[in-house]
Ligand binder design. Structure first.
Ligand SMILES: [Zn+2]
Length: 441
């Protein structure tokens, strides 16, 4: 495996979330053991993190919401800590040397609650029957202690114990399921590097619905029993979609893809590593729902495998996922990408033009205009590069950065290799200036 390029931004605090994460160390593995009781919404957890110090550390911080902390150990020894404002500050008995490998173990209990944000609650959410996790961008500390920055990707083992009637779906492959007395422990392994915001668990009364008899990638729905038939109908084309995206984006980056339909209405579906979570309101068919199926699936390449260094670059996730919707429409015999692009352009032309795509501000990072304009940049690139060069550029981008971390400058440098025309003016107009440029012919 070739060494991954790490953008400079990975070594600095996130400009949009300066209080999240600690850039002075990296975690390469999380082992989480969680016991969850849905009735009282009670979580008892232990987390073991394996990390490497990038600097001399007399103290370091983990992000963790309001839980009662039992014990904190560094390299197996009980350690002093403080816990305030969702920051667990840990002072090891002996300072860690630059380059030192170390482990941290945290035992904690409490009633998990979403982290408050301008976009509503993030992270662990209690449902009428069970729970789900949707952390983007900074909700992970609602359920486990972590270095909460997207560039710090790690592998995960998740062992979740809960009353036996419930099904547990989590990121990764199910290794074991063991029932003792009235509880069952589900152990999942996520061996692909995963940012904290994409780690997920869903607990509910679900029936497993396999989507195809023998698809290249196992694709399973976890849905309330009464919705199994509707799900099988509405998601019937997803295996075909995955096969098409495999052609245009390169091989699917993970070992499986699970779709959870939570027994609630959700504002928007959300992507996680190898998993997407939809609400009951996303069933029913039609283009507005089918495009969401394509969008969430495309995030497995854009965002989940190829991950942004910090949140300024979010258009790299959302622009490509939006464009994937248009590509699917074109491939599936619906309106072509050019038709969708023209409609998006008309829409944006009638809206305020105060968004800079390459650094949209925290306030506008989930603005619908970012999604639309992100799709338009990709379409402008396709027009400028031409079909063959564009699709080669796309496949090579996900290939060269598979399981890696990228920034906008990386895409600019990458795309420049596929044309002799200067792309600077295109990127500057679309990414750096707020006015809406015309679409290239
Ligand atoms: Zn998205």
């Amino acid at each position: 495996m070739k060494p991954k390029h790490v953008p400079a931004a990975a070594g600095a605090p996130d400009p949009y979330f300066p209080n999240s994460g600690d850039h002075r160390y990296r975690v390469h593995r999380y082992e989480l053991a969680l016991d969850y009781r849905p009735g009282p919404n009670r979580l008892a957890g232990s987390a073991r993190l394996s990390a490497v110090a990038d600097a001399a550390l007399a103290e370091f911080a983990l992000d963790l919401a309001e839980f009662r902390i039992g014990r904190v150990l560094v390299d197996g020894r009980a350690t002093r800590y403080t816990h305030r404002g969702n920051k667990l500050r840990i002072r090891p008995a002996k300072a860690l040397a630059p380059g030192a490998a170390f482990t941290v173990e945290v035992h904690y209990t409490g009633n998990p609650r979403p982290v408050r944000s301008p976009w509503g609650g993030l992270g662990w959410e209690e449902l009428t029957e069970g729970a789900l996790v949707a952390s983007q961008p900074v909700g992970a500390p609602s359920w486990f202690p972590c270095n909460d920055r997207p560039s710090d990707k790690a592998t995960y083992q998740l062992a979740v114990t809960t009353p036996s009637p419930f099904t547990v779906v989590a990121s990764g492959r199910l290794l074991t399921r063991t029932t003792r007395a009235s509880s069952t422990t589900w152990v999942y392994e996520q061996s692909a590097p995963t940012p904290t915001y994409l780690v997920t668990v869903s607990i509910g009364h679900y029936r497993a619905v396999p989507l195809a008899v023998r698809p290249a990638i196992p694709q399973t729905g976890y849905v309330p029993e009464r919705l199994a038939v509707a799900f099988a109908r509405d998601f019937a084309r997803q295996p075909e979609m995955a096969a098409y995206f495999g052609e245009v984006f390169g091989p699917y980056p993970f070992g499986e893809y699970a779709v959870v339909v939570a027994d609630e209405e959700l504002d928007v579906p959300v992507e996680a590593q190898g998993v997407a979570t939809f609400g009951t309101n996303h069933l029913g068919g039609g283009w507005e729902r089918e495009r969401l199926i394509a969008h969430e699936l495309a995030h497995q390449w854009f965002g989940n495998s190829v991950t942004i260094a910090d949140w300024r670059h979010i258009w790299l996730n959302e622009g490509f996922a939006k464009y994937a919707e248009w590509l699917w429409s074109e491939h599936a015999g619906g309106p072509g990408a050019a038709v969708h692009a023209a409609a998006a352009h008309r829409l944006l032309a009638g809206l305020p033009q105060d968004l800079r795509l390459g650094d949209p501000s925290r306030k506008l990072m989930f603005d619908d205009r970012l999604y639309q304009r992100g799709g338009l940049v990709v379409h402008a690139l396709r027009r400028t590069l031409g079909e063959d060069a564009f699709f080669a550029m796309l496949r090579d981008w996900t290939g060269a950065n598979r399981h890696g971390v990228v920034a906008t400058a990386d895409l600019r440098a990458h795309a420049a290799r596929y044309t002799t025309a200067p792309l600077g003016p295109l990127f500057e107009a679309w990414l750096e200036r707020p006015e809406l440029p015309p679409l290239p012919d």
